[in-house]
Design a binder for this molecule. Structure first.
Ligand code: FMN
Length: 187
């Protein structure tokens, strides 16, 4: 059976990050036919400089390879001063000139329902990069201030069930967009 490969990125470097916890919970909740590859190098990416050829940077080449392997992308990223996190924007800037985002299905997980500005900005950036936001798979979870870890989320049905539904909707949309790859398969 063909598996679905999903790259998942948290836009926070904070050790107790709710966005990272949500990503890790999705990883734990995913069935065996869905591969969730959690991207862990966001903090190692140099500051974007258009003078530098991205292909000379191993860390960028690894990110590009991970995106090429992915059938879809999940992003959970915080809001800082009504904007998206600097580390997230920095990574995206290195990728603007490439083709990796063209038609890439993307699900956005928002861990703070009040953080509407960063979410809107992230949508605008990603669609400008020709990504396709899968609305049915986007989810807002009130994790801010909850103190919850990935394990806590997995064992709390009011969070775990929406995350599983989001993943199901996301994979259904990915399969519908690649009928040749997944013919005869149902998640
Ligand atoms: C410098 C700073 C600025 C912030 N600005 C906002 C903001 O404008 N809107 C908001 O909803 N939350 C804001 N927050 C709260 C963060 O989004 C919140 O702490 C979030 O949980 C961070 O994500 P993380 O838990 O994944 O690290 C801010 C936090 C910091 C540290």
């Amino acid at each position: 059976m063909e598996s679905t490969n999903i790259l998942a990125i948290s836009g926070s470097l904070r050790s107790g990050s709710f966005n990272t916890a949500a990503i890790e919970a999705i990883h734990q909740l995913s069935p065996s036919n869905i591969e969730i590859n959690i991207y862990r190098e966001l903090g190692n990416i140099p500051l974007f400089n258009p003078d530098i050829d991205a292909k000379t940077l191993p860390v960028i080449n690894r990110l590009i390879a991970a995106l090429r392997d992915a059938d879809g992308l999940i992003i959970a990223s915080p809001e800082y001063a009504h904007g998206i996190s600097g580390v997230m924007k920095n990574a995206l800037d290195w990728l603007v000139a490439g083709e990796e985002f063209v038609a890439m299905p993307i699900a956005l997980i928002n861990t703070s329902p009040r953080a509407i500005h960063a979410l809107a900005s992230l949508r605008e950036i990603l669609t400008t990069m020709s990504g396709v936001i899968v609305d049915e798979a986007c989810l807002s979870l009130p994790l801010l201030g909850s103190g919850m870890s990935a394990n806590d989320i997995v064992h709390e049905p009011t969070f775990a069930e929406p995350l599983q539904n989001s993943l199901f909707e996301f994979c259904s949309a990915i399969q519908a967009s690649q009928p040749g790859k997944y013919s005869g398969q149902n998640h």
